[in-house]
Design a protein around this ligand. Structure first.
Ligand code: CA
Length: 236
């Protein structure tokens, strides 16, 4: 068995054990090296020991808030990008104000796909790897920009809702691969949507009306199996 080097080293700081485990497991599965901490003091120790490339940081921690942790982490002068995890409340505005310089944030409840996408986008920006191109997903004449959240088909700009955007991104990350409703639900929706596969059908149909206005239709149904982003097969 060969193992490829991790994409980046992450430190996940979260006091809720379930969410911490969920994040750590998913991020490892996505190819990252992951260290964890359950409070701010441990986070600072872990950051010194492991020198992570990015920190996923819950704003509400038992011993200090995420802003204090951020200040302490950056006291050393190191550039350390942060993806904040926050509840959807008044703190969200404070986090927004803080994330202007290349950091980013996700609100709870989040989808794992969203967290991974944010982490990759922040790493790309801070590493400056041909940022423009890396942020664009393409399939046939369809384009999705992960940073600006713009979607185009050919020259036509397509307005999509945040959920439609996440769904389309998931399809575009897996072209020519049939995705089951359960897989889509898991990757695109918050973890409290389990079992509601009807919502996937609805959103696929919203997306079709926007994306597949022109031929060829790219979003295809595999009856009884799921959905796939694929060019129509030529009959042979
Ligand atoms: Ca917390």
């Amino acid at each position: 068995m060969t193992t490829s080097p991790p994409e980046a080293k992450l430190l996940v700081v979260e006091d809720e054990p379930n969410i911490r485990e969920l994040l750590a497991t998913s991020l490892r599965f996505a190819g990252f090296e992951v260290h964890v901490a359950a409070d701010g003091a441990t986070a600072i120790k872990q950051a010194n020991t492991h020198q992570p490339d990015l920190v996923v940081l819950d704003v509400m921690l038992p011993d200090m808030d995420g802003f204090t942790v951020t200040r302490k982490l950056r006291d050393s002068g190191r550039i350390l990008p942060i993806v904040f995890v926050t509840a959807r409340d008044s703190v969200e505005d404070k986090v927004k104000g803080l994330t202007v310089g290349g950091d980013d944030y996700v609100t709870k409840p989040f989808s794992l796909e969203e967290v991974v996408a944010r982490i990759r986008a922040v790493l790309r920006r801070t590493r400056g790897e041909n940022a423009d191109d890396a942020a664009t997903l393409r399939f046939h004449d369809l384009e999705l920009d992960e940073d600006s959240h713009e979607v185009r088909r050919g020259k036509r700009a397509i307005e999509v809702s945040p959920t439609e955007f996440k769904l389309l991104r998931y399809l575009m990350l897996n072209p020519n691969r049939v995705l089951s409703k359960a897989q889509i639900l898991d990757h695109v929706w918050d973890y409290d949507f389990r079992g509601q596969s009807g919502i996937v059908e609805s959103y696929i149909s919203y997306l079709r009306r926007k994306v597949d206005v022109e031929e060829p239709a790219l979003i295809q149904t595999r009856r009884g199996v799921g959905y796939v982003l694929r060019l129509p097969q030529e009959s042979t």
